[in-house]
Ligand binder design. Structure first.
Ligand code: MN
Length: 231
């Protein structure tokens, strides 16, 4: 068997305290999963069923990489998020079995072209141009559950140039990690290497060229990103 083109490299994320890497299969993202963020986006904070969008696997960017300011936006935003790494395949997973499918957790930053996302939202169009662009999924080293367990509470915070912009607690998630996995697995046959970005708390805002953005989750370390000039 031969390919017409060389296959693209497999996108990967780092693993804490290891040289091994996790191959990324898909990146699922949960919309509006903290009440205060739903309100700041002009939406209902109630426990409506969760909805999902995706990013391409090759949008993944690691810790301490510089990201070029993306094209076609004047309102480029950060979003601090807990990331779940699926390690065991499953479909129609009952909530009480959900955590058996988790390999570990990481710190994430769901980078967003907010102007394009909101324009799409208002017009009833897909979110891809606002959410699924190049370098849009910043994800730090994954921590195995053997070392960090299943974090259901603990601080999640984000700073830009040292100024705190988001400061919340994982226990404020509207939909918990077990619930998200169970619901997602009704629609998708989850596979090892699937990642789930679980939603961002209130306080989203802009990033500009030269900014240093750090996301910290208790027990999972800090994810640092610098914004460079556009390509
Ligand atoms: Mn998000």
């Amino acid at each position: 068997m031969s390919y017409i083109f060389n296959p693209s490299p497999i996108p990967t994320i780092a693993v804490a305290d290891s040289d091994a890497r996790i191959p990324v299969r898909r990146i699922f993202c949960v919309g509006r999963n903290y009440a205060a963020h739903a309100v700041e986006m002009g939406k209902n904070p109630d426990r409506d069923p969760p909805f999902f969008f995706t990013k391409p696997a090759d949008a993944v960017v690691g810790n301490r990489e510089t990201i070029p300011y993306p094209p076609e936006t004047q309102n480029f935003h950060y979003e601090a998020e807990l990331v779940v790494v699926i390690g065991t395949a499953g479909r129609n997973i009952p909530e009480e079995k959900s955590l058996d499918h988790v390999w570990g957790y990481a710190v994430g930053n769901d980078l967003t072209r907010r102007d394009l996302q909101l324009e799409a939202r208002e017009k009833g169009r897909p979110w891809d141009w606002g959410k699924a662009f190049d370098h849009s999924a910043v994800i730090g080293p994954a921590h195995a559950i053997a070392s960090v367990g299943h974090p259901s509470k603990g601080s999640i915070s984000l700073s830009v140039n040292g100024e705190v912009k988001q400061d919340a607690n994982l226990k404020e998630l509207i939909w918990s990690v077990p619930e998200i996995i169970s619901i997602l697995s009704r629609s998708m046959h989850l596979q090892p290497g699937d990642l789930i970005m679980t939603g961002t708390p209130a306080g989203v805002g802009p990033l500009n060229v030269g900014d240093i953005c750090t996301v910290t989750i208790e027990g999972l370390g800090t994810l640092t990103t610098e914004i460079g000039p556009g390509e």
